[in-house]
Design a protein around this ligand. Structure first.
Ligand SMILES: [Zn+2]
Length: 381
C-alpha cells in the first residue's frame, strides 16, 4: 500500500504524562501537534479572513460536510477545484462526516444499517446520508482529513443501544474506508465511540484499529458529561490507539480540557467554543473569561488581555471593543474572535514548549491557578 495522505511523526513523549509532541504531515503542509483547529462550519471561520487565520498561526481548520452538502452543494465546491481554492485556504482542512449534525440537528430520523433518513433542518426536505454518501461528499470537497460517518448516541444511552450503535459504527467505518476514492490525497480517520462505557470504548478502539486508519478520533465526549468522566474515558481510550497515528479529540476547546486532553495523549482538538463565545462578547484571558459587555469595562482602556501580544490586544481597548459589541458592530465581533482564537493557538504553542522542556505539569498548575480553574466552585470552562 502507498503512503497515506496524512502521517504523524512522534517527536517526544512526556515522561510524566501521556503528552506527545509531534508533527502532522498533510498534502497542504506540516503542522506541529498538539494543536487546536478553528471551526469554519460554512467554509468560513465566522468573521475571520483566511489571511487573518494564517497570521495567527491556524494550521488546520475544520469545515462541515453536512452544511456544505446542503449549501452550496458539494458539486459547486468541486467545480471550484475543491474547498481549498473555493475558500482561498492553502493549508490543512479537516471535514467532519455530517453524522453529528444529522443526529443533533434533525429530530425526525430513521437509522438503519444502510444509513440515516432524516429531514433537512433548513426546509424539512427528506434526505438520506450513508457512509458512502458522506465519503463521496468529502471526496468532492477535497479535504486533507475526512472523518468516517458515525453515530454519536447520547452519552446516557442504555448499554444495549450503545453496543448496537458501536458495532454499526464499526461496520460503517469499514464501508467508509472502502468508499474513499482518493486515499493518496485524502486521509480518512476512524472515530472511537462507546459513550461512558469502558468495555464499549475498548471494543470500538479494537474494531477500528484493526481497520488500520491513518488517524483516530475520539467522539461522543464533551457532550454534557462531567469533565472527570471525559478525562476518565480519555485515560482509558488513548492507550488503545497506535502510537504512530494522530489522535483527535472532537469538540473540545475549553483551555482546561485542552491541557487535560494533551496530558492523556491527544494531538488534535477542534471546537466552536472560542468563536461562539466571542460573538457573545466573551473573551478568554490569562486570568479567566471576561464578558466585555459588562459596565465595568466602559472606562477600561487596557487591552482584553494584558499578557496577550495579538494584534487586537496591541491596538484596541476593552472600552472600545465593549462599545462596538454593545452597538452590534461586526468589527467588535471580529476583534473578540481574533483574540480568542489567537489565545487558544498560543496556548497550544505554550503547551508544546512545556512538553519539549519537561515541565507540562508545572505549566498546567500555573495556568489553572491563573485562569481560575482551581478556585472552589469554579465553573468548568
Ligand atoms: Zn489578544
Amino acid at each position: 500500500m502507498s503512503q497515506p495522505a496524512v502521517t504523524y511523526e512522534l517527536i517526544k513523549t512526556d515522561k510524566k504524562t501521556g503528552a506527545r509532541l509531534g508533527k502532522l504531515h498533510t498534502p497542504h503542509g506540516t503542522f506541529d501537534t498538539p494543536m487546536f483547529m478553528p471551526v469554519g462550519t460554512q467554509a468560513t471561520v465566522k468573521t475571520m479572513s483566511p489571511e487573518e487565520l494564517k497570521e495567527m498561526g491556524a494550521g488546520v481548520i475544520l469545515s462541515n460536510t453536512y452544511h456544505l452538502w446542503l449549501r452550496p452543494g458539494e458539486d459547486i465546491v468541486q467545480e471550484a477545484g475543491g474547498l481549498h481554492p473555493f475558500m482561498n485556504w492553502d493549508q490543512g482542512i479537516l471535514t467532519d462526516s455530517g453524522g453529528f449534525q444529522v443526529f443533533s440537528l434533525s429530530k425526525l430520523r430513521d437509522i438503519s444499517e444502510e444509513g440515516v433518513r432524516f429531514r433537512n433542518h433548513l426546509n424539512g426536505e427528506k434526505l438520506f446520508l450513508s457512509p458512502e454518501k458522506s465519503i463521496a461528499i468529502q471526496n468532492a470537497l477535497g479535504s486533507d482529513i475526512m472523518m468516517a460517518f458515525d453515530e454519536c448516541p447520547p452519552f446516557d444511552s442504555s448499554f444495549d443501544y450503545m453496543k448496537t450503535s458501536v458495532e454499526r459504527t464499526s461496520r460503517w467505518a469499514a464501508r467508509c474506508l472502502e468508499a474513499n476514492a482518493n486515499p493518496d490525497r485524502q486521509a480518512l480517520f476512524g472515530i472511537v465511540q462507546g459513550g461512558g462505557n469502558k468495555e464499549l470504548r475498548m471494543q470500538s478502539a479494537r474494531d477500528l484499529t484493526s481497520l488500520d486508519f491513518p488517524g483516530y478520533a475520539i467522539g461522543g465526549l464533551s457532550v454534557g458529561e462531567p469533565k472527570e468522566k471525559m478525562n476518565e474515558m480519555l485515560t482509558y481510550t488513548t492507550p488503545l490507539l497506535p502510537a504512530d497515528k494522530p489522535r483527535y479529540l472532537m469538540g473540545v476547546g475549553s483551555p482546561d480540557s485542552l491541557i487535560d486532553g494533551v496530558i492523556r495523549g491527544i494531538d488534535m482538538f477542534d471546537c466552536v467554543l472560542p468563536t461562539r463565545i466571542a460573538r457573545n462578547g466573551t473573551c478568554m484571558t490569562e486570568h479567566g473569561r471576561i464578558v466585555i459587555r459588562n459596565a465595568k469595562f466602559a472606562h477600561d482602556f487596557r487591552p482584553i488581555d494584558e499578557s496577550c501580544d495579538c494584534k487586537v490586544c496591541r491596538n484596541y481597548s476593552r472600552a472600545y471593543i465593549r462599545h462596538l459589541v454593545k452597538a452590534n458592530e461586526t468589527f467588535g465581533f471580529r476583534l473578540t474572535t481574533y483574540h480568542n482564537l489567537y489565545f487558544l493557538i498560543k496556548l497550544m504553542k505554550r503547551v508544546r514548549s512545556a512538553i519539549r522542556e519537561d515541565r507540562l505539569l508545572e505549566f498546567k498548575a500555573s495556568f489553572f491557578e491563573s485562569y481560575g480553574f482551581n478556585k472552589p466552585g469554579a465553573k468548568n470552562f
